[in-house]
Design a protein around this ligand. Sequence first.
Ligand code: GLU
Length: 466
Amino acid sequence: MSQPRLRFAPSPTGYLHVGGARTALFNWLLAKKEQGTFILRIEDTDVARSTEESVNAIFEGMRWLGLDWNEGPFFQTERFPVYREFVEKLLAEGKAYRCYCTPEELEAKRELAMKEGRKPKYDGTCRSLRAVTPERPFAVRFRAPHDGITAFNDLVKGPISFNNEELDDLIIQRSDGTPTYNFTVVIDDATMAITTVIRGDDHVNNTPRQILLYEALGYPVPQFAHVPMILGADKTRLSKRHGATSVMAYRDMGFLPEAMVNYLVRLGWSYGDEEIFSREELVQKFSIENVGRSAGVFNPDKLLWLNAHYIKTGDPVRLADLLTPFLHERNVDTSQGPDLTMVVRTLQERSRTLVEMADGALFYFRDDFAYEEEAAAKFLKADVDPLFEELLLHLRNLDPFNQSGIEAAFKELCSARGIKLGQIGPAVRVALCGGTTSPGIYEVIEVLGKNESLKRISRALDFLRR
Ligand code: GLU
């Protein structure tokens, strides 16, 4: 097979939706796998609904997910002369015709058809008009065949066919001169030599009309793969009611792009019962044949599980980078205080999102926290006073100041005093972090460093002597 040309063709009328992102991802993966070309095309002909902000949101989402494109971005609004040219060509060849019916007339005909129980289809009034009436406004309609069938073999859904009788003489250019959606898609996919159209299955019904246009224009018809939509837990179409549907909202909630990519692909595609795929594995293993026919149900818990996996196994240096904005949001000056990569290492096992990690990291950067009341009452009591005193001595003299040394100091203290670690550990934890949940205390002490650890233990001593 020659190399495929694929495209993602979003309409910039909102943020990048998870469903759109998954469509983009499938196209991107197939292009990568087969060394093909991935094209980004912005379908912005609906001028009233398209915004620059949304265009930027699409770019941002694609970049965040690492979906780089080889050609484009193309903007349909910059291609009006191309569409116009093809309209002229179809008119000249008699494959399209001018329709002078006014919106009011069309509406009246529609109402009549409905009343008489007929399908509200264009009745063909202008289909056989010969005369051109230059002074009257007109739309241009495609002269579609009214008999026979249009069939295609959908790569996801299998064979699909429509009776041409069902299809209208589609308007391809409105009376204001603007082209319509089904026409611009075909002109673009045809002239951009798209070989496979992967898109949401809300476009299945448009496909026969589009195929008829390819045929009229004399272009090869691409293959189609219509991907089922994404549903919420209640099996209705995924919407804001189910939680966030914008890809970038997931970044802001502390998800990693690799978790999102892994999750989105698996939401429609499977490979045995494997769950975790690196980007390279996805590129190797992805195929349209394994995209399921039934709709995927968005499961936030599974996404969270994957995210926890990628945080656990991620490179701490990179995670530190990704974590930084979340800390800044929390007014942490990351140029001060402990080394962020070390902080991350202590939190990777226990954070499912970067938000959890940022919250869990706060104590490292703040020493003015209040002790959790219950924890302080339970652990910061007079009996730890001498233990803290002795610990201060041990730690002050420790060199090098590292985890194994810190652990040895605790062991020595415990055996000298004849106590168990449980009799001092929780108190130290409260002293260092303010509460009873934190990474292991040896790690915490190492990351805080000698000065800060001594300071916090002394502060707790002051507290319990107050
Ligand atoms: N612009 C269309 C949409 O956002 C996609 C068209 C297509 O993929 O063919 O739904």
